[in-house]
Design a protein around this ligand. Structure first.
Ligand code: NAP
Length: 257
């Protein structure tokens, strides 16, 4: 048990990567707060699975882009489970439009959820963590944030590049308080996000993306959760400010490096 006695808050844990992260941290002994914004039923299902493992879990609704809702979420988690030891900034959205089609509203929405969300949650988590002189923050960026965002991912890629910059600054500023801040940059992973983007062509796109990876497959949410677990555990105690790419060895991205 790597996380016995720890309290973890995973944003966007009702589905996809966040769900896999919440279940993985719980399997290692953590009590988990399952954040969501719309998917109450899905979040309840995740919490039920965690409770069935004999761990504590709550669901907590909050739009991460809203500072007040984030404040209330942390207060609720602290009251129910205790102060947050592990924060996973996972919640995110993709609005797949070209730059010319992207409205100012779309741009602001993507930035608000994908970048202001982690900013809001990091600051709220850090209050407790700085006091405890201990904590782990894991941000979920994307290979699209590494300077190679593909067509249709302008706002998304910029928000995810911002998450990498946020990781670096937070690592510098919070490191002296015993807080590790790291980032995972997943490649194409099978979730609602990638299915929604692909629509009826999902299978075709998945085959194409598989061919671009050295491992010849697309990612599963568990592939990403395994990396998050390492960064959330004491095994990564001397790792901070890093971006771990989990993309099956995307050859098109390697060629850009
Ligand atoms: P997903 O299946 O679409 O799930 C998104 C999650 O975020 C849901 O739990 C959703 O909650 C939550 N969410 C959305 N807006 C929110 C908000 N304003 N406040 C709180 N929660 C919110 O997406 P995913 O593929 O698992 O993606 C998870 C993270 O990985 C994202 O940051 C994404 O950018 C990143 N990522 C994904 C891929 C990929 O290929 N899938 C690749 C690279 C990076 P509700 O259920 O309540 O709507």
């Amino acid at each position: 048990m790597k996380l016995e006695g720890r309290v973890a808050l995973v944003t966007g844990a009702s589905r996809g990567i966040g769900r896999a992260v919440a279940l993985t941290l719980a399997r290692e002994g953590a009590s988990v707060a399952v954040n969501y914004v719309n998917g109450a039923k899905e979040a309840e299902n995740v919490a039920s699975e965690i409770k069935a493992m004999g761990r504590r879990a709550i669901t907590v609704r909050a739009d991460v882009s809203n500072q007040e809702q984030v404040r209330k979420m942390f207060a609720e988690v602290t009251q129910s489970l205790g102060g947050v030891d592990i924060l996973v900034n996972n919640a995110g959205i993709l609005i797949p439009t070209s730059l010319m089609e992207t409205t100012e509203g779309d741009w602001d929405r993507v930035m608000a959820i994908n970048l202001r969300g982690p900013f809001n949650c990091t600051r709220e988590a850090a209050k407790t963590m700085m006091h405890k002189k201990n904590g782990k923050i894991v941000n979920i960026s994307s290979i699209s944030g590494l300077g190679c965002a593909p067509t249709g991912e302008g706002a998304y890629g910029c928000s995810k590049a911002g998450v990498i910059a946020l990781t670096s600054v937070a690592a510098q500023e919070l490191g002296p308080y015993g807080i590790n801040v790291n980032c995972v940059a997943p490649g194409w992973t099978k979730t609602d996000m990638t299915n929604a983007k692909s629509g009826a062509k999902a299978d075709e796109i998945n085959v194409r993306k598989s061919g671009l990876a050295a491992m010849r497959r697309i990612g599963e949410p568990q592939d990403i959760a395994n990396v998050v677990l390492f960064l959330a555990s004491d095994e990564s105690s001397f790792v901070s400010g890093q971006v771990v790419v989990a993309d099956g060895g995307r050859m098109d991205f390697v060629s850009h490096a």
